[in-house]
Design a protein around this ligand. Structure first.
Ligand code: UD1
Length: 341
């Protein structure tokens, strides 16, 4: 059985991907420093799949620990690298932390891949690399723009680090997956998104408002050039997203990739406005949301959604879950975490 290293595997997208990898028959070893996740996630993954992933706690920006790990685990076939700091606002306050954590960890992993002969890596990137595109929907060929935040810049620079390293060392192969807006939770409600402190992202803020943890949702801006004036994003179910990682791993392991370094957009191809998400949540769950329109949030773009043709055709992957089901799964997760019947 092939073993896959999942860095950041106790985090939101990482944990869902571990479940799908195990369901597909892979052995998984997780490395996570638990800076933004809980060790309990391992128990819940085991409850879902019946298999307990291996786990080691350390930060991959530590070169010595990373080297020691790869030295002890020479049976790893591929890596999915999720581990990173991801709070956009915080990255503006403490940029050096973001650059060090996010860039150095990837470089340490690539060093070890070369040293210990691990060919394959999937990198967790973001549609943030497109900024506000001139033309919608965005394809993988849409030019990248200057990042709005140090966080966004780490995604862009890490893509370049990966691409340049693969170019220099043809024994390496890598896929960067550009996620649009991942939302929702596993249908079991055993794993999901659990932000520390006040949520920055829309759907966790919505579910926490519905659960009574927050007084009201602030809708950032209703004066955008969109049909209802609120900003548009491409919201993708996290389980659909996780499944794309399994396909990317198979593509690398079976040498089906067309180039050493490849990039795929992972979205649904549909854009929804913030107000459509609010209404969609109320409809899917029957819970009324207290919300108010406020000024735009600094750094937000107006609208983006994916052209998914390349991922659909080349990976044979398509987002399957609808918005209602996805929003309901987010609510079921929040209810379980808060003990709401
Ligand atoms: C942000 C990041 C993106 C990152 C992603 C996941 C930016 C520009 N992009 O995406 O790089 O990968 O988070 O962490 O920061 N909204 C509200 N009220 C809220 C929260 C959000 O109206 O309380 C609105 C936002 O203005 C936006 C939409 O909801 O229009 C989605 O916001 P969010 O979930 O934070 O994701 P992004 O900003 O798209």
């Amino acid at each position: 059985m092939k073993q896959i290293l999942v860095t950041g595997g106790t985090g939101y997208i990482g944990s869902h991907t571990v479940v799908e990898l195990q369901n597909a028959g892979y052995d998984v070893i997780i490395v996570d420093d638990l800076s933004n996740s809980s060790i309990d996630v391992i128990d819940n993954i085991e409850k879902i799949t019946g298999k307990r992933p291996d786990f080691e706690k350390f930060n991959l920006a530590d070169a010595a620990k990373t080297d020691d790990f790869f030295n002890r685990h020479q049976d790893i076939s591929a890596i999915i690298h999720f581990a990173a700091s991801k709070a956009v606002g915080e990255s503006v306050q403490i940029p050096l932390h973001y650059y060090r954590n996010n860039l150095v960890s990837l470089m340490n992993i690539l060093d070890c891949q070369l040293k210990y002969g691990v060919s394959n890596i999937v990198f967790s990137s973001s549609c943030t690399v497109y900024g506000q595109p001139d033309k919608l929907p965005v394809t993988e060929k849409t030019p990248r723009k200057d990042a709005e935040s140090p966080y966004g810049n780490t995604k862009r620079v890490n893509e370049d680090i990966l691409q340049d390293t693969i170019k220099a060392y043809p024994q390496l192969k890598g896929i960067a997956l550009r996620y649009f807006n991942p939302i929702g939770a596993h249908p079991s409600a055993l794993i999901g998104e659990l932000p520390l402190g006040v949520p920055q992202n829309l759907v966790p803020f919505i579910t926490q408002t519905a659960a009574g943890l927050r007084d009201e949702l602030k809708v950032f801006g209703d004066d955008y050039d969109t049909p209802d004036g609120s900003a548009i994003r491409d919201y993708i179910n996290v389980v659909d997203l996780a499944k794309a990682h399994v396909i990317a791993i198979e593509r690398l392991l079976e040498n089906k990739n067309k180039a050493g370094y490849e990039v795929f957009n992972l979205g649904t191809g549909n854009g929804y406005s913030v107000l459509e998400i609010v209404k969609g949540f109320e409809k899917a769950t029957g819970v009324k949301l207290n919300y108010k329109i406020v000024a735009r949030r600094a750094g937000d773009i107006e609208k983006i959604w994916a052209d998914t043709t390349y991922a659909n055709e080349e990976l044979g992957w398509k987002a399957e879950k609808g918005l209602d089901e996805t929003l309901l799964s987010a609510w079921n997760w929040e209810k379980r975490v808060r003990g709401i019947e």
